[in-house]
Design a binder for this molecule. Sequence first.
Ligand SMILES: [Zn+2]
Length: 113
Amino acid sequence: MHELSIATSILKTANQEVEKINGKKVEEIYLEIGKISGIEIPSLEFAWEQCMKDSVLENANVHITEPDGFAICAECNHEFEISKIYDSCERCGGPFKEIITGQEMKIKKLIIS
Ligand SMILES: [Zn+2]
C-alpha cells in the first residue's frame, strides 16, 4: 500500500528531526499533499493510525494543505489547472509538457516538544 510507505517515510523524517534537537515528540505536523500527487488522504489517515502508534507522532495534530494541480501546455504554453494527471489543455486540448504544482508530498513544518 502506497500510503503506508508514505506514512513510514514521514515517521522516519520526524524521528530524525526529534533526535536532532533532543526532543520528545511532535506536537504539530504540517503536510503539503498536492491534489494530483496520487495520494489518497483517507488512505493516508488510515495508514497513519497504524503506523504512528507508540511513535513520536502518535498524538501529533496533523495539518494538511492540498495545493491545486497546474500544468503548462506543450502546444500553446497556456497555464491550466489539472485535476487529473491525464487532463489536457483547456484552451487547445493539447497535452501538458510540465506540471508546475500539485504533485508535491512534503513536510512543511514540524513543531517538536
Ligand atoms: Zn494548449
